[in-house]
Design a protein around this ligand. Structure first.
Ligand SMILES: C[S@@+](CC[C@H](N)C(=O)[O-])C[C@H]1O[C@@H](n2cnc3c(N)ncnc32)[C@H](O)[C@@H]1O
Length: 360
């Protein structure tokens, strides 16, 4: 196979899955687009017509206690819940099997030329080893899980399930643009995954150097590969490290940012991440974290739906992230000018920005 083919193929890996893999993933798409979304609308109507939704969404336990008995009494809900659970359980294993059937070829797309620095070694927090999103074996359950999860399964499925056809990650660029200053020179992207947000940061702040870090070896390896393909070597680098223990020097960044990292960790770790960001920032520098919307800002149905979905989609910390006072955590750590905002009204993500005071 010529190099040219490999490079152009890299842009649409979902299309390169063999026929069996495509058929299996198409079946998941059909379950999610046809069946579950139609049932979901029925369930929503049932909840809204029942009159049990409270105006105040701050008490999620009370909200669930009011709504769950209504939905559990409907066949539509039980059926869509089972379909959703099953489709989530099968999607990553099908991607892994499709990768392994054409391992030699996919490996050529998913392996970086350069080495990624490993700061974390075996020092991995216990919460990180949970099997998030029903991913068998967790974030590193396969030696190329970063590629399989984000580029094969997510890219292929989500583009079809949520439409858009093109850049399903465009929101990341919109969020990158919302950092408080027009330009930054040294940016750290915590929990960078396969570098989807890191690359948007590189577009938004062309004068900045960027360090992306994540605990998943397979994710940072693929992020590194993606950066090499985008000719960003030297300006963007990756390391395998915990967001709360980056190993980077004090005061070495003017922006510390993350996109959908915080809801993957318990509140004590969120606080440790803010404290690490404070240490990394020079005085006057900013944090800019985008994550799940707080339940108190959501409609009754959306708060119920987020919480139900998190419970049934292997998101163990989502509820805590959506009910913890993140602004208060930022202030406790020493940040000032703390602000929370919705990037899109009523939707995800919710941004938190704050400044490290001069002289701190
Ligand atoms: C939902 S993904 C988001 C990835 C990326 N920011 C993006 O926008 O595509 C969350 C990532 O956080 C990483 N993660 C979770 N806890 C972490 C921690 N304590 N330190 C570093 N990375 C962590 C996971 O490995 C995963 O890659």
């Amino acid at each position: 196979m010529s190099t040219e083919t490999v490079q152009s193929d890299t842009r649409a890996p979902g299309q390169l899955i063999d026929q069996r893999g495509r058929a299996e993933l198409e079946f998941v798409v059909a379950l999610r687009t046809g069946m579950t979304s139609a049932l979901r609308s029925q369930v929503r109507r049932r909840i809204e017509e029942s009159g049990v939704l409270p105006q105040d969404t701050t008490d999620i336990v009370a909200l669930r206690a009011a709504v769950d008995p209504v939905v559990e009494a409907t066949a539509a809900h039980r059926f869509q819940a089972a379909t959703l659970r099953w489709s989530r359980e099968i999607q990553t294993p099908r991607g892994v099997e499709a990768f392994d059937r054409r391992r030699e070829f996919f490996e050529s797309l998913a392996t970086p030329a350069g080495q990624v620095v490993d700061v974390a070694g075996d020092d991995v927090p216990r919460y990180w080893t949970y099997e998030f999103h029903a991913t068998e074996g967790g974030w590193d359950g396969h030696d190329h899980m970063g590629f399989v999860h984000h580029e094969m399964v997510y890219h292929y499925l989500l583009t079809k399930i949520y439409g858009g056809g093109g850049d399903i990650f465009a929101l990341r660029r919109k969020f990158a643009d919302k950092a408080p200053k027009e330009s930054y020179s040294s940016i750290v992207d915590l929990g960078c995954g396969t570098g989807q947000y890191t690359l948007k940061l590189a577009e938004a702040y062309p004068e900045a150097t960027i360090v992306g870090l994540d605990l998943s070896a397979s994710e940072v390896n693929y992020a590194q590969r993606r950066t090499e393909d985008a000719d960003l070597t030297g300006r963007v680098e990756f390391r395998r490290a915990a967001a709360e223990k980056t190993g980077l020097p004090d005061g070495s960044a003017d922006l510390v940012t993350s996109y959908i990292l915080l809801h993957e960790m318990p509140p004590h770790a969120i606080k440790a991440v803010f404290a690490e960001a404070f240490r990394l920032l020079e005085p006057g520098g900013h944090v800019h974290f985008g994550d799940v919307g707080a339940y108190e800002t959501r409609s009754g149905y959306d708060a119920w739906n987020d919480d139900w979905d998190a419970e049934h989609g292997n998101e163990p910390w989502w509820r805590l992230a959506a009910t913890t006072d993140i602004a208060e955590i930022a202030r406790e750590v020493g940040f000032v000018d703390v602000e929370r905002y919705e990037l899109l009204p009523g939707g995800h993500p919710m941004g938190t920005t704050a400044r490290k005071p001069e002289g701190a």
